[in-house]
Design a protein around this ligand. Structure first.
Ligand code: C5P
Length: 220
């Protein structure tokens, strides 16, 4: 039997990753962080000293990318060429480079193929897939499609709480720039037809997980 997809899109700092993981754990589903794979590609280019704004170079890097990602909500792991990159892909130098890589159409098509095959190979009854274009491009036919949003100030505050040691204004600025750059490629700020908006501005983590699970209940 095929795994069903719960598709969740949203901007940086919306709580997407932690909430998606929480929802997957509660449902006994797999969890796929598509942003982590974009980050793994950006990391491999930064490590190799390649220009992440060069489309041809990004495509080449994608074609030789040996990435493995676990779909376990409790045991997230991602490797490139056998190296554990789970921490390295969150470094500011990778975060700053990832939008450039994500702009390349051929890279997006290639990664989307990878995401679909990961879902197809999953032994679980379902997979929560999280990113920017899951509800619209990767899995537009998913039975559950959610846009997770939060006000920009709240997103910046959450992100700077995660990234200890970086000041709030710098983090807010980095989020603003990355959202602007990403929006030029995929629209993740407005809900497409049939996509349910969950606004987490005034919700804590548990409340947001519950709100998403309610949508899942309604749709399935
Ligand atoms: O979700 P996260 O913030 O880790 O994603 C990192 C980057 O990967 C985003 O800023 C965006 O450039 C890219 N991305 C994307 N499409 C997705 C997931 C992530 O373009 N589905």
């Amino acid at each position: 039997d095929e795994s069903v997809v719960v598709a969740i899109d949203g901007p940086a700092g919306s709580g997407k990753s932690s909430v998606s993981k929480g929802v997957a754990a509660r449902l006994g589903y797999g969890y796929l962080d598509t942003g982590a794979v974009y980050r793994a590609l950006a990391w491999s280019m930064v490590e190799a000293g390649r220009d992440t704004d060069d489309a041809a170079s990004a495509l080449e890097a994608f074609e030789s990318l040996d990435v493995h990602i676990s779909l376990e909500p409790h045991d997230f792991a991602i490797t490139v060429g056998g190296t554990d990159v789970a921490a390295a892909i969150r470094e500011p130098r990778v975060t700053a480079a990832v939008s450039g890589v994500a702009r390349v159409a051929g890279v997006r098509e290639g990664l989307n193929g990878l995401f679909r095959s990961l879902v197809a190979q999953s032994a679980r009854p379902g997979v929560v897939v999280e990113g920017r274009d899951i509800t619209t491009v990767v899995a537009p036919d998913a039975p559950v499609r959610i846009l997770l949003t939060a006000d920009p100030e709240v997103r910046a505050a959450r992100r700077s709480a995660e990234l200890e040691g970086q000041d709030a204004a710098t983090v807010a600025d980095a989020i603003r720039r990355r959202d602007a750059s990403d929006s030029a490629v995929v629209d993740f700020q407005t809900a497409a037809d049939g996509v349910t908006v969950v606004d987490s501005t005034h919700l804590d983590f548990e409340q947001t997980v519950s709100a998403v699970l309610e949508v899942v209940d309604q749709k399935m």
